[in-house]
Design a protein around this ligand. Structure first.
Ligand code: PLP
Length: 382
């Protein structure tokens, strides 16, 4: 029997046909006027996406490369920094910062929760010399949204602090305008809501962060912001760029800008709401107390291993992600970022209902689907 595999993981995500077509083209050489023009167009479109005229750099690396570059380019050994550590990727900030011997305040938060404002004030009150605050806008491992606006306010009140945001699963999901919000360094990656294969990362940095570049004394060679900034402003890169990914990014950015970032954010909000309400209607519990619109983390029913549930769900054609570390086997995560629409949500909920039914749960078929349909009808003008 034919069963189509549908990717509902929070990265990589499905690719739009326009992107697939761009990726399928014969390669061009990067030291040519043709590529320079494409590079500069892509850069301009990234600036539009982030509503900025400042430098937006592209690196041939996965998202973690840009995270590391954010540490090595804007900090000095021994700088005191605060890490909002609320999941797998918060841990990654901690690991990178400690690799480069920054002085770490590790604010560890129970997975599925966001930070406490009072606690932040307490920390910055005790350590006013903090040079950086690191956070995930959307912590993918726990499908949790952290309020970056508040952190920007706090950071700006400190004497010399920059806010460094991992927007890997928030750019292309929300209206992430770093200048307006007050984010100093923002990084994102290609295989999420930018609707591309992995291998490309993006970095924005503010004027305040730029002043840090000459002060930084951490080792770096490949991901060197001043070196790249100089080259990229002229439509070139210091080393061989991810040529086809950049060409494809230009296509996905066209799709994003045609839809409009505000409309795109609304679409993601509705898809997330429909998913959350539908799974709850089926008697399941959400993982996050502050759920993000990029993906929804859900606890498996009591007594059921979430990974067994995922295997059963795959039989209906839906590949969703599992939990990481201590959440392995306990939760599953359904993505709805990037190239997804409302009917995709209905489909995955229908697959989940069949799965729950097959594993012996006492559920009413169609109940979750109906809920998702109701949310979509209430929130759209279909
Ligand atoms: C929030 C977040 N940060 C960082 C990463 C790491 O990115 P990459 O795997 O592209 O290096 C991911 C990937 O899942 C992520 O979701």
């Amino acid at each position: 029997m034919l069963i189509k595999e549908r990717l509902f993981t929070p990265g990589p995500v499905p690719l739009p046909p326009q992107v697939v077509k761009a990726l399928g083209q014969q390669i061009i050489h990067h030291r040519t006027p043709e590529f320079t023009q494409i590079f500069l167009d892509t850069r301009k479109n990234l600036q539009k996406l982030l509503k900025t005229e400042r430098d937006v750099l592209m690196f041939a690396s996965s998202g973690t490369g840009a995270m590391e570059a954010a540490v090595t380019n804007f900090f000095r050994k021994g700088d005191r920094v605060l890490v909002i550590n609320a999941g797998k990727f918060g841990q990654r900030w901690r690991e990178i910062a400690s690799t480069y011997e920054l002085k770490l305040i590790d604010y560890e938060i129970e997975w599925g929760k966001t930070y406490d404002r009072e606690k932040i004030l307490e920390i910055v009150g005790e350590f006013p010399d903090i040079k950086g605050i690191f956070v995930q806008h959307s912590e993918t491992s726990t499908t949790t949204l952290h309020d970056v606006r508040y952190l920007a306010e706090v950071s700006n009140k400190l004497e010399d602090c920059i806010l460094v945001v991992d927007g890997i699963t928030s750019v292309g999901v929300y209206e992430v305008y770093p200048e307006e919000i007050g984010i100093d360094v923002l990084v994102t990656g290609s295989q999420k809501a930018l609707m591309l294969p992995p291998g490309l990362s993006v970095m924005y940095y503010s004027e305040k962060a730029e002043k840090r570049l000459s002060r930084s004394n951490l080792p770096k060679y490949y991901l060197d912001v001043p070196k790249e900034a100089k080259k990229q402003a002229k439509g070139q890169t210091a080393y061989t760029p991810a040529i086809n990914l950049i060409i494809a990014l230009n296509e996905s950015l066209k799709l994003i800008l045609d839809e409009g970032v505000e409309n795109l954010a609304k679409r993601h909000e509705i898809m997330a709401k429909a998913t959350r309400e539908a799974v709850q209607e089926l008697g399941l519990k959400l993982l996050s107390e502050s759920p993000a619109n990029s993906a929804t983390g859900v606890y498996a029913p009591a007594g059921i291993d979430a990974d067994d549930l995922r295997k059963q769900l795959l039989k209906t054609g839906f590949r969703v992600a599992g939990g990481q570390d201590h959440l392995k086997g306990k939760i599953f995560r359904i993505a709805h970022m990037g190239y997804f629409d409302f009917m995709d949500v209905i489909q995955v909920i229908a697959g989940l209902e069949i799965t729950l039914y097959k594993i012996g749960m006492n559920i009413e078929l169609g109940k979750g689907v109906k809920k998702a349909q109701e949310v979509i009808l209430a929130e759209t003008n279909f």
